[in-house]
Structures are given as structure tokens and as C-alpha cells.
Design a protein around this ligand. Structure first.
Ligand code: BEZ
Ligand code: MG
Length: 566
């Protein structure tokens, strides 16, 4: 290996270690009625103030510190190849400031920054004022009190529904969460924010494949679009190359085309699968997305600059399809139905071959929501052939992740949706799509492949002692959470073959082959130990993992010795 190549690899390794180190991981479960503990609180506060909050005149501490050292832009320090010493210096001082804040309050923290990084006290004051407010709210937990009020049928104060980092004003908890006005989605801010991940997604695909994807399948969830005021929706609009237009009542009801000269790239064909919750909450938004697709498909533009128009025209020509059929791109469940159920099938090991999982996704999600050429609303027309056809041209699948609280191995819904649609694409397109997730929460928005995300989640959560020891404090439930993570990881093998075999080996070593750990887990929750063991053996039986025979033999032994076999 040449020196330059070696240096390049070392730099990449350094970046990956940083990425893992900086990841905010929830440790332990939320206990109803109990406030955040101190270590968790410091992490939360640091994360909240790692973003500029112009509405409070508060700056990100990382930026203030960088500027204090004469570095124009903290973001530059995050770029690949930037010297890591400067970033470490800035991050170290920010951590020191947060620790000082937690121990001695806002004035001491502001003085700390002034003495260590030349940040004038009046510059950092608004940031620490905001943190003081957040910190006070974290102390006041009204959850039990509010639940009792609710049970008595009394009034409960409303509060916005969001992620604490997205919007600290979700605090205090224990309020009656309200959502959004669907007509306000996407908000102006969400549309601006969405440009970065949408462009990064296209850039990443082009870097890997030498051209743009002809079509992208996107998953849109309701709660996520509430939290972000429609960032996922806005990303879909960016990919199509349109922006929302507001009417006299400030409702986003129309679409304006971004000219190709401004867009500087082709318009992408976007197939959208929305959750049942999204469908229930965002009917006007679904109409907006459908309108966007119809307008873009009718633009008089060269086919190589408008993939949607090209794909729609090809279908009309080859199959004599109607325009309404060829342009259908917004799908969800049948009215009143929810979920793709791919997760249930995987959890119960009730499938023979992987294609079944993709088929189930389409069966559940092939209901078209649109408005036909005569302006009639179509709410949930069962159209599996149209969905399969739209998916057959898809080259990349994608979901936006906007919360640090829930990642792709925390719940089974990510593989249910993104895994399910990726498998459906693999069947209809006869080729596995590139699968991406965005991390629009971190200050440096990143697009990661599914494989990278699985590795990152595994290292920061499942295999991270800080994470699993946090879980084990919760006893029976904690072991169940560890087992859930392994099952959800397995879900990514089943739907997308996206799990490196070493992951299963390390999981086995950490939780089952270590006698002491096995004993602890069995003591707390023998049921989950048994399921975990079965799942690992299933990973082997289905061909996702082929470890040494010794490991398999030990797993089988653990299963035989299990006292809870049904
Ligand atoms: C949603 O917010 O739409 C959603 C939440 C959980 C699972 C699936 C969808
Ligand atoms: Mg659920």
C-alpha cells in the first residue's frame, strides 16, 4: 500500500471514529414521570445548542468557539480531510462549557468560554439563557400529574409535538401534544432545510453510479413530518424540482416549477409511499405531492432532463396506459388500514423467501391517492400493477431520519417500510436498489447507505456497553430491548441483505458466549435470551451469517438448556 493510500485510509478511519464518538445515543428507557438524569442531560443540552437558534438570538456553541479562535466556519472543520486537532479543540471546549453550565450555571459557563476561547460574554449569553430554560423544563416533569388529570377528564395544557432537539419548546413533557396545520406543510424553513439532504442524496448516488437515479422511492411518515413541519415532503418536492406556493390564506396548495436553468440537474421521478398516519393527517399534502407529479410530468422538457416525464411517456407509449395511470406516484394503505406488516412477518419467522416480504409491502401499500384528470378525488384505489410498475424503474430507495431518539434498529418500522419497499423494488426492477438514509438532525447533514447506517447503529447502540448497560438497568424490559435490537437488525438482513456477518458474531460474543453476561441476562429475562438465541440461529439458517461451527454449537446448547421453551 502506498503511503498516500495509507494516509487516506487512516483519515477515513479517524472520521469514522469521530462519527461514532459524536453520535448522541439515548441511554436507557424513559421512565414515565421521571426527569432526565445528569449525564443524559448534559448530552441533550450540548445537542440542543449545537444548532443556531436565530429565533432566540442564540448561536451554536461550536460556532462561537470556532470563531473565538479565528476559524470562520465550524462546518469547514467537519469536512473530510480537515485537521482533526482544531475540531477536537473546539469540541473539548464546548464539552467543558456544558459541564461548567451543569455544575455552576450560566454565568460561570459564559465566563469559561470567554477565558478559554475569547467568546465575549454577551455573545454567548443568549445561548446559555436558552439552555437554562431547557434545563429548568427538564426538571419539571408533569407526566404523572397530567395523566391523572386526563383520567379525571380535566383540561391538559397543549404543547407542540416534536423532537426536543428539533424544537426545545416541546418541554415540559406531559402536555397534550398538538400536531400541525397540514396546509402549512412544508413550512418555509423545512423547504430551505430540505435542499441540503435532497442534493446530498443525488450527489451520493451520482458519485457511486456515475449518473443520477432515474427514479427514487421515498417513505414519508406522519410523525416525522409533524416534527419537521414537512421536511420529508419538501425533499420530495426538491427531487422533482418544484417549490410550494401559498395561497391568500397562506396555505401551501399549489406548485411552482423551478426552471431547469436554476435546478442544473434532471428532475427525478419520485414514488412516494406514505404511512397510514401520514394519510390521515396530511390529506392536503398528498394532494400537493400528486399535483407536483402531474405538473412535472406534463412539462415540455427534454426527456434526459425530466425523468418523470420520460417514464410516464414510456408507459403511455408501450402499454397504451392512460395519463392518470402512468402518473400515479402517491401510495398508501387502504382507507382505515395501517402498516405494511412486513415486520410482523419477519418477527414471526413466517416467510419462506425474501420476495414474499416485498410482495406483502405492495399488497398493503398499493392504494393510490390522487385526483384524476377530471379533478375527481381518488382516495385509495387498489392498484398493485401501477405500484409495481412505478417501482420497476426505481434505482434508489430513501427515508429521512430526523430524530436522535429513534434509529433504524430501535423500532421494527424502519425495516417494515424502507426494507419492505426496497425488497419490492428488487422484485419489480429485478435489481437491488441503492438504499439510503439521511441524518438531517446532525449539524452536518449526511446521507448514508443502509449498510453504513446498520454498522453505525450497531457500534453506537447494540454493541456499545454504555447503551446496553443503560438498558440492563431496566431489568426484564432492558433485556427485551436488546433482543429487539437484534431482531430489528435481522430485519435488515431479511429485507435488504444489509448486515455484515461480523455483526452477528459480535452480538453472539457480547451477549451469549460471555458466560457472565449470559447469566445476567438469563437471570433478568430468560424469554428474551431464548428469542435472541433463536434469532441468531435463524440468521445462520437463512444464509446471512456463517460463523465457526463452535459458535453455532454453543448457541444450540444455550437453546437446549433454555428452561422456557414453549
Ligand atoms: C408515522 O408517523 O407515520 C409512523 C409511525 C410509526 C410507524 C409507522 C409510521
Ligand atoms: Mg408499532
Amino acid at each position: 500500500m502506498k503511503f498516500s493510500e495509507r494516509d487516506q485510509r487512516v483519515t477515513e478511519l479517524d472520521e469514522q471514529l469521530h462519527e461514532i464518538e459524536e453520535r448522541l445515543i439515548p441511554t436507557g428507557l424513559h421512565v414515565f414521570g421521571r426527569g432526565a438524569e445528569s449525564a443524559e442531560r448534559a448530552d441533550l443540552l450540548r445537542m440542543v445548542i449545537s444548532f443556531d437558534r436565530p429565533e432566540h438570538g442564540a448561536r451554536a456553541l461550536t460556532k462561537l468557539v470556532a470563531e473565538g479562535f479565528g476559524i470562520d466556519s465550524y462546518e469547514e472543520l467537519l469536512q473530510p480531510g480537515a485537521p482533526s486537532e482544531s475540531r477536537e479543540l473546539v469540541d473539548g471546549i464546548v464539552n467543558g462549557a456544558i459541564d461548567t453550565f451543569c455544575a455552576r450555571g450560566k454565568d460561570a459557563a459564559a465566563e469559561f468560554l470567554q477565558s478559554r476561547a475569547n467568546v465575549k460574554i454577551e455573545m454567548s449569553r443568549p445561548s446559555f439563557e436558552l439552555l437554562s430554560w431547557v434545563n429548568e423544563q427538564l426538571d419539571s416533569n408533569q407526566e404523572v400529574e397530567s395523566l391523572l388529570r386526563a383520567l379525571r377528564g380535566e383540561y391538559i395544557q397543549p404543547g407542540p409535538g416534536a423532537d426536543i432537539v428539533q424544537n426545545p419548546f416541546v418541554l415540559p413533557t406531559g402536555r397534550n401534544t398538538h400536531a400541525v396545520n397540514p396546509y402549512s406543510v412544508p413550512s418555509h424553513a423545512a423547504f430551505i432545510r430540505a435542499m441540503v439532504p435532497a442534493n446530498a442524496l443525488l450527489r451520493r448516488y451520482r458519485d457511486e453510479h456515475g449518473r443520477y437515479p432515474r427514479a427514487v422511492a421515498m417513505i414519508l411518515w406522519g410523525l416525522d413530518n409533524i416534527k419537521t413541519q414537512g421536511e420529508g415532503v419538501a425533499q420530495a418536492l426538491w427531487l422533482l424540482g418544484v417549490r410550494p406556493v401559498r395561497d391568500a390564506l397562506n396555505r401551501a396548495t399549489d406548485i411552482e416549477i423551478i426552471p431547469l436553468s436554476e435546478l442544473n440537474r434532471p428532475r427525478i421521478d419520485v414514488v412516494m409511499t406514505v404511512s397510514g398516519i401520514f394519510r390521515d393527517l396530511f390529506a392536503p399534502t398528498m394532494a400537493l405531492l400528486d399535483k407536483a407529479v402531474r405538473k412535472v410530468a406534463q412539462l415540455d422538457e427534454p426527456p434526459e432532463m425530466n425523468y418523470l416525464r420520460r417514464n410516464v411517456a414510456a408507459k403511455i407509449e408501450s402499454e397504451q396506459a392512460s395519463f392518470d395511470d402512468a402518473v400515479t406516484r402517491v401510495f398508501s394503505n387502504a382507507p382505515g388500514n395501517y402498516g405494511a406488516n412486513v415486520n410482523f412477518m419477519v418477527m414471526q419467522s413466517a416467510w419462506e423467501n425474501e420476495a414474499t416480504l416485498g410482495d406483502l409491502f405492495v399488497t398493503r401499500k398499493c392504494f393510490a391517492y390522487t385526483r384524476d384528470s377530471r379533478g375527481r378525488t381518488v382516495e385509495g384505489r387498489e392498484a398493485p400493477e401501477l405500484m409495481n410498475d412505478a417501482l420497476s424503474r426505481v434505482e434508489a430507495t430513501y427515508q429521512n431520519i430526523d430524530s436522535f431518539e429513534v434509529g433504524i434498529t430501535d423500532v421494527d418500522h424502519y425495516f417494515e417500510y424502507l426494507g419492505g419497499i426496497s425488497k419490492a423494488v428488487e422484485t419489480s426492477a429485478q435489481s437491488r436498489p441503492a438504499i439510503y438514509l439521511s441524518d438531517s438532525l446532525s449539524p452536518q447533514t449526511k446521507i448514508r447507505s443502509l449498510e453504513e447506517t446498520v454498522r453505525l447503529e450497531t457500534r453506537t447502540k447494540t454493541l456499545n456497553p454504555k447503551w446496553y448497560e443503560g438498558m440492563l438497568k431496566h431489568g426484564f424490559r432492558g433485556v427485551a430491548e436488546i433482543e429487539n435490537h437484534v431482531a430489528n437488525t435481522f430485519g435488515w438482513s431479511a429485507t435488504a441483505d444489509a448486515v455484515d456477518p461480523w455483526i452477528y458474531t459480535e452480538i453472539s460474543k457480547t451477549f451469549l458466549l460471555d458466560e457472565e453476561m449470559l447469566e445476567r441476562l438469563t437471570e433478568l429475562n430468560p424469554y428474551s435470551v431464548e428469542s435472541l438465541t433463536r434469532r441468531l440461529l435463524e440468521a445462520h439458517e437463512r444464509g446471512y451469517w456463517n460463523p465457526d461451527e463452535q459458535i453455532l454449537e454453543r448457541l444450540r446448547e444455550i437453546l437446549r438448556a433454555s428452561s422456557v421453551t414453549v
